[in-house]
Structure formats: C-alpha cells, structure tokens
Write a protein that binds this ligand. Structure first.
Ligand code: HXC
Ligand code: NAP
Length: 283
C-alpha cells in the first residue's frame, strides 16, 4: 500500500523492538527503506530481529537498554547518533503489564509497570527531544497507547495510569515542541495477538469474550497496525500532531454505547418490539 522508498534513510528508534508489535514495525519499516535502532533488555531477541532485517538488505543498530534508566537511554541515543549520524523518529513501544486485582498489588508491582511505560516513554522522549532541539533538527514520536487510557479498565490499573500519562504527555509536548518541528502522536490498538500479551493478559476463554464485543469479531493483524504506524512516521503525515488514532475494529465504542447490548436481539425480538411500540402509539 506504500511506495517502496517511503521511509528511505529515515532512522527510527523502536523501544522493545525485539518482540511483538515492535518487531513487526521494525521489519515493516525496514522494507520501506528505514534504518532501525532497536533496544530492549534481552539481547538475544534484538539480535534475532537484526539478523532478519539484515537478511532482507536493511540496516540496523541495536543495543540493550532498560528504558527505566535515564543513563542507559542517553547511552543508547548517543550510540545511535554515532552509528547513523541522525535519528528521525522514535516509537515508545516498550511495555510491561499483568492482570491483578488492585487490592492485591504490591508497591513494586505498580512501580514495575509504571516505570517501564510512563517513565520509560518520558526518558526516551526527553533524551531524544533535547538532542533534536540542540541540533536544530525536527523529529517525530509515536507512542503506543491503549483505548483504556481514556475508558479505564479493571485489573490493569498500573498500565491504565501509565498509558493515560503517556497520552497526556503526547498531547502536551505536541504543543510545547511544535515550534521545534517535533511532532508527537499516539496509537491506541485493540487486541493484537503477541506472545507476551496473550501469555500475560488472556485467561482461558477471554479471547472469545473479547471477540464477541468487537464489531469486526476478530483481533487485529500486525500489518494493519504497521500500516498506520508507517503513515504516522512518514513525511506525508506532517500536519498530524498531538492525536491518538484508535485501531481496534470499533471495540471500545461497542463497549461504550448505551444500547449496543441490543446487538444480541434477534429479528423476532425486533418484530415483537415493533408490534409493542405500534400498540403503544395507538393508545
Ligand atoms: C501481581 C506481579 C505480577 C502479577 C509481577 N508482579 N507480575 N504482581 N501479579 N502477575 C510484581 C512482582 O511480584 C514484583 O513485586 C513486581 O511486580 C516486579 O516484578 P519483577 O518480575 O521483578 O519485575 P520486572 O522483571 O521488572 O517486570 C515484571 C513485568 C514484566 C512488568 C510483569 O515481566 C512484563 O511486563 N511482562 C509481560 C509483558 C507484557 O505483558 N507485554 C504485553 C503488553 S500489551 P514484589 O512486591 O513481589 O517485589 C499491553 C496492552 C494490552 O500492555 C491491551 C489489551 C490486549
Ligand atoms: P511485548 O511483545 O511484550 O513487547 C514489549 C517489549 O518491551 C519487549 O520487547 C520488551 O523486551 C520491552 N521492554 C519491556 N520492559 C523494558 C524495559 N524496561 N526497557 C526496555 N525494553 C523493555 O508487547 P506487545 O504486545 O508487542 O506490545 C507492544 C506495545 O503495544 C506496548 O506498548 C503495548 O502496551 C501496546 N499494546 C499492545 C496491545 C496488544 O494487543 N498486543 C494492545 C494495546 C497496546 P525486554 O523484555 O527484552 O526488555
């Protein structure tokens, strides 16, 4: 759906680029000419994706980095500038999450998720933003959000708080840094099967329940998310700033609409309702 050189020579840093959606974006961007910088805590994952990118003729640089630690983030960004001479874009994709009734959460459990998602996104954004401002070059940032950043959700309160913070940061800095030609946007994906999300967030039978409340009755395909991310990272999206684009098949809206529960009514139910309504009107 895109010209094969759409991202030619754009250097894009993806945190958590060794697995899941981060990996899919890395491979997709590389096919369109981007040069990738990948980070995460596990080297073997990064190595594997880098190998795949190189096999396809792409360019990649990876370094282990814990996004919770500002010194490691700064070291990563300096090393990437040294390697490629520039960085054009950042995807704050690294995340942690687990299901837990909030009354059982330990302080460390709350910290574990908030520090990766909110502090990690802030650390990468600020460290790179400072460099862009100092160098007088622009940049683009895409934050991986969730629809529960605005709806809230039971059993994932640390992630809810962190993603809501990331969304607020996206909107705030889109305004504050617009004058530096730095634009920030977010994506709010619905369910996209990845090894980690499915292992940690899908108790038996839950996927089926989720599909039932999704108008498309399916999960997302990685290439659909990669297409959206590609567009938002491309020059063609230069006037989109501070937005969060939902890609969930309409899932959160179906959950929100007052009468959406009536989707389960049969044709016979509707006929009976019509007869009743007509009878009421004649009274
Ligand atoms: C309760 C838990 C827990 C759980 C960890 N903790 N898992 N508490 N229930 N299931 C607590 C620990 O007991 C500990 O607190 C603290 O958290 C830190 O745990 P560690 O294992 O030492 O920390 P760390 O290695 O830093 O990371 C933990 C982690 C990480 C955040 C759970 O392993 C992780 O994120 N894994 C899964 C990644 C994932 O789910 N990715 C998909 C994201 S999808 P104490 O007090 O004992 O020291 C997504 C959106 C989904 O985000 C949208 C819908 C589909
Ligand atoms: P994933 O495979 O678990 O990816 C998370 C990545 O983050 C991993 O590669 C992990 O690598 C890295 N990471 C975790 N902690 C880190 C840290 N402290 N420092 C550096 N890297 C760290 O998850 P995913 O399903 O692809 O999700 C990707 C993004 O999309 C996340 O932001 C998630 O919240 C969002 N999202 C996903 C879905 C979905 O359905 N999959 C839905 C909505 C939103 P290491 O463990 O090696 O560090």
């Amino acid at each position: 759906m895109f010209q094969s050189n759409l991202l030619k020579d754009k250097v894009i840093l993806i945190t958590g680029g060794g697995t899941g959606l981060g990996k899919s974006m890395a491979l997709g961007f590389s096919k369109l000419g981007a040069k990738l910088v990948l980070c995460g805590r596990r080297e073997d994952m990064l190595k594997e994706v880098s190998h795949e990118i190189k096999k396809g003729g792409g360019e990649v640089f990876y370094k282990t980095c814990d996004v919770r630690k500002m010194d490691e983030v700064e070291a990563l960004i300096n090393a990437a500038f040294e390697h490629f001479g520039k960085i054009d874009g950042l995807i704050n994709n690294a995340a942690g999450n687990f299901l837990c009734p909030t009354e059982y959460l330990s302080p460390n459990g709350f910290d574990a998720v908030v520090k990766i998602v909110l502090y990690g996104s802030f650390n990468c954004t600020q460290a790179l933003g400072k460099q862009w401002i100092e160098r007088g070059v622009g940049g683009r940032i895409l934050n991986m959000c969730t629809t529960y950043a605005w709806t809230g959700s039971a059993f994932v309160v640390p992630s809810v708080c962190a993603k809501a913070g990331v969304l607020a940061m996206t909107r705030s800095l889109a305004v504050e840094w617009g004058k530096y030609n730095i634009r920030l946007n977010a994506i709010a994906p619905g369910p996209f099967p990845t090894e980690q999300a499915w292992a940690n967030l899908m108790p038996p039978g839950f996927e089926q329940k989720m599909m039932h409340k999704n108008p498309t009755q399916r999960t997302g395909k990685h290439e659909e998310l990669v297409n959206l991310a590609t567009y938002l990272m491309s020059d063609g999206a230069g006037y989109i700033n501070g937005d969060c684009i939902t890609i969930d098949g309409g899932e959160w809206l179906q959950g929100a609409g007052e009468f959406n529960g009536l989707l389960d009514l049969t044709a016979e139910d509707w006929m009976n309702m019509k007869i009743k309504a007509e009878a009421n009107r004649k009274k």
